[in-house]
Design a protein around this ligand. Structure first.
Ligand code: MD3
Ligand code: FE
Length: 245
């Protein structure tokens, strides 16, 4: 059946029942297929008010996005940042756009220059901007024009502890997250650190739009499992688009 990627065992029953308008022929736990064929499965799932999961939305663009990423990393290499507490992050990061997110012993910030080179971050490629804007529109956020794209690269064991993203001035505009390469388990709680944490499997091509009331929810990424992916080898890449100003 055409929407099998989102149906049956793979769907997490705890997070898939909140879609409001479900057409009768597509009653499969609140997941609404957008389009698919045998190699491409697209669906849309409302996770929360303001949060939409678009399965497969970036699958077609994946190879082109990764080619752009390779150009970006030649100018602004991936690096493991130091937290203000003195820990080295297991995720390697770089950025493109007007500003980039960085961390060091003095704190977190958006910086117009790459501290490793003293040069501005590489410009955001049109293909990045277009994909992010199309996904945001699909999530109900028109005219999305991100200032920054933080690129996270995970190897086996790399993780992101539960945190909030609150260094951005625009509290309503979404963060658009594009998963490429190895699958992972995304952890996502609520407004408070103590809120229960849900688990969501994200695969290559999946896009999540987190805006409005969901914008400041706690979230993280479980340690990456070993594997090989045709697009990214032994890594997972996540593009996170942000409206910073
Ligand atoms: C939910 N990155 O870079 S992106 C991050 O997969 C980050 O690399 C993760 O969390 C990753 O800060 C997850 C998805 C994401 C980003 C921001 C959010 C989810 C969010 C803000 C609020 C709620
Ligand atoms: Fe985050």
């Amino acid at each position: 059946m055409s929407w099998r990627r989102s149906a049956g065992k793979r769907a997490d029953k705890r997070i898939s029942a909140s879609t409001t308008a479900v057409t009768p022929e597509y009653e499969n736990g609140g997941v609404i297929p957008l389009f698919d064929n045998d190699s491409l499965a697209l669906s849309r799932e409302q996770l929360e008010e303001g949060a939409v999961l678009l399965r497969g939305f970036a699958t077609a663009a994946g190879p082109a996005l990764l080619e752009e990423m390779r150009r970006i990393e030649q100018a602004a290499a991936f690096r493991q940042l130091i937290t203000p507490g003195g820990y080295t992050m297991s995720v390697a990061m770089t950025n493109c756009g007007r500003v980039g997110w960085v961390s060091d012993r003095s704190g977190y910030r958006y910086d117009p220059v790459d501290p490793n080179t003293g040069a501005p971050w590489p410009a955001m490629p049109e293909s990045f901007r277009e994909l992010a804007a199309a996904a945001a529109a699909e999530g109900g956020f028109a005219h999305y024009d991100p200032d920054a794209c933080l690129i996270n690269r995970y190897v086996a064991g790399a993780k992101l502890s539960l945190h909030q993203d609150r260094d951005e001035k625009d509290a309503w505009a979404p963060i658009v997250s594009v998963s490429l390469g190895l699958p992972t388990v995304f952890l996502w709680g609520g407004k408070r650190r103590s809120d229960p944490v849900r688990r969501l499997r994200l695969e290559s091509g999946d896009v999540v739009v987190w805006g409005g009331p969901a914008r400041f929810f706690y979230h993280g990424v479980a340690p990456l499992k070993d594997g090989q992916h045709p697009l990214t080898g032994d890594t997972r890449v996540n593009l996170t688009f942000r409206k910073v100003f």
